[in-house]
Design a protein around this ligand. Structure first.
Ligand code: M6R
Length: 602
């Protein structure tokens, strides 16, 4: 939900000989997954120069004037609209009436209407429909009242209610001022310049040394260093962390899309997720991240979207091991009206660690004294910092808006989590986990998903069914299909089809059925026959070709594995089908319309 970048280096030249604008544009490209309906930059000089455009960062690039646009310091923004539709006027940065200060913002200012009326009454003129624009005008008021730049920024921010990561530059100043409350903000400490951004990929090319800001903190970022203060202005001691990502990890490495690259990174991501956690010789599973976790009570998962599907899988794993586990859509979780207390373990499954709905649910759980765990990809994320424990899925950076390798590693991490919590793991399960990365590789190498996509790219709708461990993957297969192809797709627990959705099944609605060679096979096969009898094309995803072959138009095979791991393999086939259908339809695969990767509004 919007990405912001800021840079100051004490002069218009950056460490690699580029200019401030280069850093901002690189940063915006690295943040585009957070929103892509308009983009803009502001550079501070003797005056402020603002350039902004509706559309993706490439549209801004084309709109920039020829020759270098100079500045001592600058800020940039890529937008996912909340207040006011995508347009040049609503694109950030926004300025005050006199053009002294420019501001970028990620989040929602809940009291902006009141502030706007007050400012308009005082004579300020607004150029946009955004909530953000109140900020530069509030700063302007404070400057006119005699405040210095830092105090003016602080006074303005202190009037805001809602969520924000906000950054401002002033004319004739090399300093970038920033603050955060419930929206992410990280500082980058470089050799010859300093950065701030919504996320690390924005500046990983320049530095891997970072400081994560906490809620309520302010940062003054100048060429000579960064100073972090709390709400009262007291200096806060910070620690610099080193990010372990390779800048190359954030590139496309020759793939046409990040999504395809990330699908192909799954073997490696799973290996990393398993590393030093699975002891094959002893047949044991240990997770250092959870070393201090003590829990014997019920487990509640809170999550959204793809992460919710992973949570459904995790809950099944726990229940099969005798632990009571429930799943909640984070946006529906209300800790004040359900049985949750000190005995409950509440697990937030969130790859970004910043999803507003999930954070709100976790904060509710913290408030009632539950023990909380963040299962996340992002070290230093809000979820990781606010929960009592954090278990990392180690997927590496995922740029494509459609979650792929983070889903696979969430499932693997949840399989490990359930073993740790229950104390139950068998030699067979450990060996199956060991073999999983190679099996995913073999699915990638041998998949005929592209043929299936070719056969059914014109379908009216797609249905996905699976039972037991495969039921969450049916939901995920449908989500991936609708998200990147913009076609109607639905996923069901296989037994549910006959209770209503079967009415929609025709010869123009391919049904993707996960048929696992376990105790669910016979019943799922019954469901496959039901759709086949209605002339629907059947695509079977199976580890047992002979069981299902004669009822299927296509078979997408996966290697035999432990029944709990089959859905991880099956999902790779579904990811590839969705990818190739979207590719054939010419969709914007990495940046599907209306979506953003990190959803930081409720
Ligand atoms: O960062 P999170 O895992 O909390 O994100 C939750 C959902 O927004 C996310 O899983 C979304 O559904 C996927 N990007 C869809 O592919």
């Amino acid at each position: 939900m919007c990405g912001i970048i800021g840079y100051t280096g004490g002069g218009s030249q950056t460490p690699d000989g580029g200019d401030v604008l280069d850093v901002l544009m690189t940063g915006l490209s690295g943040l585009e997954y957070r929103g892509y309906d308009s983009a803009g930059v502001a550079l501070a000089n003797s005056s402020i120069s603002v350039h902004k455009r509706q559309g993706e960062v490439s549209a801004l690039e084309e709109a920039l004037p020829d020759g270098s646009v100079d500045g001592y310091a600058g800020i940039g923004h890529t937008r996912w609209s909340t207040h006011g539709p995508p347009s040049d006027a609503n694109a950030h940065p926004h300025t005050d009436c006199s053009g002294t200060v420019a501001v970028v913002h990620n989040g929602i200012i809940e009291n902006y209407q009141v502030l706007r009326e007050e400012l308009e009454t005082a004579g300020h003129t607004f150029e946009s429909e955004t909530d953000t624009e109140v900020i530069p005008h509030l700063i302007e008021d404070a400057l006119e009242a005699g405040a210095d730049r830092e105090s003016a920024f602080r006074r303005a921010v202190n009037r805001l209610e809602g969520s924000y990561a906000v950054a401002a530059v002033f004319c004739e100043s090399e300093t970038v001022y920033a603050a955060r409350h419930e929206s992410p903000l990280v500082l980058g400490i470089g050799e010859d310049g300093h950065y701030l951004a919504s996320d690390v990929p924005a500046f990983i090319e320049y530095t891997d040394r970072v400081i994560y800001l906490d809620d309520g903190e302010f940062a003054t970022v100048s060429p000579s260093g960064v100073v972090v203060t709390d709400e009262r202005g007291t200096v806060v001691e910070t620690s610099i962390e080193t990010i372990e990502w390779d800048p190359e990890d954030a590139g496309k490495s020759g793939y046409d899309h990040y999504m395809l690259k990330e699908i192909h990174e799954q073997p490696q991501a799973i290996r990393k997720c398993l590393r030093e956690r699975v002891n094959e010789m002893a047949g044991t599973i240990t997770v250092d991240d959870l070393a201090d976790l003590e829990s014997s009570g019920p487990v509640q998962f809170v999550a959204c979207g793809t992460s919710y599907h992973a949570a459904l899988y995790g809950a099944q794993m726990l229940r099969k091991r005798g632990i009571s586990a429930q799943c909640f859509l984070a946006s529906e979780y209300d800790a004040d009206s359900i049985p949750v207390g000190e005995e409950t373990l509440v697990v937030g499954v969130t790859q970004s660690g910043e999803t507003a709905d999930t954070m709100s649910a976790l904060r509710g759980a913290n408030r009632v004294g539950a023990t909380t765990v963040a299962l996340t990809n992002v070290v230093g994320s809000s979820a990781a910092r606010e929960c009592d424990h954090a278990m990392y899925i180690r997927a590496g950076p995922e740029i494509g808006v459609a979650a792929t390798k983070t889903f696979a590693t969430q499932q693997v991490a949840l399989a490990l989590f359930s073993s740790v919590l229950s104390g139950e793991s068998s030699q067979a399960f450990v060996e199956a986990l060991r073999d999983l990365p190679d099996q995913v590789q073999s699915v990638l190498d041998n998949s005929t998903a592209r043929e299936v996509a070719r056969a059914y790219e014109d379908a009216d709708a797609y249905f996905f069914i699976g039972r037991g461990y495969n039921a969450p993957v049916a939901l995920e297969g449908a989500l991936k299909m609708k998200e990147i192809t913009y076609k109607h797709a639905e996923g069901f627990a296989a037994g549910e089809l006959k209770h209503g959705p079967l009415a929609l099944v025709t010869e123009r609605t391919p049904v993707f059925a996960m048929v696992s060679d376990d105790e669910t096979a016979a019943k799922t096969l019954g469901n496959v026959k039901e759709v086949e009898a209605r002339d629907a094309p059947v695509v079977a995803i199976t580890d047992s070709r002979e069981t299902v072959e004669r009822y299927a138009d296509f078979v997408l095979e996966v290697p035999e594995t432990h029944p709990a791991l089959m859905p991880i393999l099956a999902n790779v086939q579904l990811q590839l089908v969705a990818y190739w259908v979207a590719n054939r339809l010419g969709r914007s695969i990495d940046k599907p319309r209306n979506l953003a990767k990190s959803v930081t509004v409720e």
